[in-house]
Write a protein that binds this ligand. Structure first.
Ligand code: GLC
Length: 421
């Protein structure tokens, strides 16, 4: 079981599926949120985008409607990405939303909508900043190749700039629930505890990720890249929020994006929630302020599935037991076991080795259908000749594009005995 904080940060364990949004000048060209870095553009070649950013269709309620349609309960928004462009009315740099043709405080409008509708709001903030003259650009990741004319690289001054910005964000916009540093601050001064201390003093109960300065509160496995590191880890033992984008190539809006299938996304979501983590799924809004139609469609589709299966993610205790060679995870709530299939079903049945207990009822949560369940010896396991719980009648064809979750209801006695409670 993951240890709670026993303070305001515990909202994080109740609301576990959130919407991530990457938005900024890079939406204009619709290529990638790191356009400036990945195309090695100097400031003169990139910053004029500020003249073109005019999201006249921006309406935070529409974003939150889309989040709600997916079953999401909180949001995390890029106040500043590594290009350094700020989506709030910052006094620390001219390079901000008030100097675009739009001239409205987007972060403030989003914060107002989130607070009105009860959505916890988290701030994404990039530690590297390709625009600030104090940032020590040296050609590392998310940096310019080196300082530009009139820059004054100075880590201490940059930290003061960061603190001043963080203070604005944590003072002027009401309750902020989370702070999401990116990319890790190693290139600056990762051990400076005073930055997170400042955030915590301005926003008591805020939860801070571990990609920033000093100690953070939660881990952030990304895009399943970290799966290898997590090998053998059946369930999370520390607060964790996995993140993934609906598009395979970019987190910002991308015109030629390769969107993941809802089967892939719901299985990824299921895996991390079943392990006891949170899940942040990202959409990059278009330059006009709207979500791409494909994103709206995907979120709705996830939502229809989520409505059917959500009980499997609420107040469920993940069990550290590898079932079916680790292709299946288990969670327990009272007399019920939830069975999360991490892969698309290849057949209409599954043998949940090493489970050998007979449920009173087996249900396919995806559509409420009752399934057949019997502890029996499978012919393919003749060498071992042991009986395991076999579930069948699963409509595998129909479920190819959504994560499959089963609900098994038992005699409490059996589960208590099995899981030593
Ligand atoms: C990756 C991307 C970065 C993005 C982040 C979100 O690290 O490189 O641009 O903001 O994912 O987790």
């Amino acid at each position: 079981m993951i240890k709670r904080f026993n303070d305001g940060r515990d909202w994080f364990f109740e609301k576990r599926f959130g919407l991530f949004m990457h938005w900024g000048l890079y939406a204009v060209n619709g290529w990638h949120e790191q356009e400036q870095f990945r195309k090695r553009l100097n400031r003169a070649a990139y910053t004029p985008l500020i003249e073109q950013f005019n999201p006249v269709k921006f309406n935070p309620d529409q974003w939150l409607d889309a989040a709600e349609s997916a079953g999401m309960q909180y949001v995390c928004f890029t106040a500043k990405h590594c290009d350094g462009f700020c989506l709030w009315d910052t006094k620390q740099t001219q390079y901000n939303i008030m100097n675009t043709p739009y001239r409205k405080d987007i972060f403030g409008m989003l914060a107002e909508a989130c607070q009105r509708r009860g959505f916890p709001l988290c701030i994404y903030y990039s530690a590297p900043d390709m625009n600030c003259k104090y940032y020590p650009n040296r050609g590392r990741s998310y940096e310019l190749p080196g300082p530009e004319l009139n820059d004054e690289p100075d880590v201490e001054k940059y930290l003061e700039f960061v603190k001043a910005q963080v203070s604005e964000l944590c003072t002027n916009y009401g309750k902020i629930h989370g702070f999401w540093w990116d990319v890790n601050a190693n290139s600056i001064n990762a051990h400076d505890e005073s930055v997170n201390q400042l955030i915590r003093s301005l926003q008591p109960g805020i939860i801070i990720n571990k990609r920033g300065f000093g100690e953070g509160d939660f881990d952030t496995p990304e895009r399943d890249f970290d799966d290898a590191k997590l090998n053998g880890v059946q369930i999370y033992t520390k607060p964790t929020e996995a993140c993934e984008s609906i598009g395979a190539e970019s987190w910002g809006y991308r015109t030629n994006e390769d969107y993941f299938s809802t089967g892939t996304l719901t299985r990824s979501l299921t895996k991390h929630l079943a392990k006891g983590g949170n899940y942040l799924l990202n959409v990059g809004p278009r330059a006009d302020g709207t979500f791409p139609a494909e994103a709206v469609r995907i979120l709705k589709k996830i939502g229809l599935w989520h409505q059917q299966v959500r009980e499997a993610f609420e107040q469920v205790e993940p069990l550290p037991l590898a079932v079916d060679d680790g292709n299946v995870l288990l969670g327990r709530k009272g007399n019920t076991l939830y069975v999360y299939l991490l892969n698309a079903p290849r057949k209409s049945g599954i043998t949940l080795k090493p489970l050998e207990i007979q449920p009173q009822k087996a249900t396919l949560l995806n559509n409420g259908q009752e399934l057949k369940a019997k502890v029996e010896i499978m012919p393919s396991m003749h060498a071992e000749h042991k009986a395991y719980l076999h579930i069948w009648d699963i409509p595998a064809d129909e479920l190819a594009n959504e994560a499959v979750i089963l609900k098994l209801e038992f005699d409490s006695f059996i589960l208590d005995k099995m899981f030593n409670k």
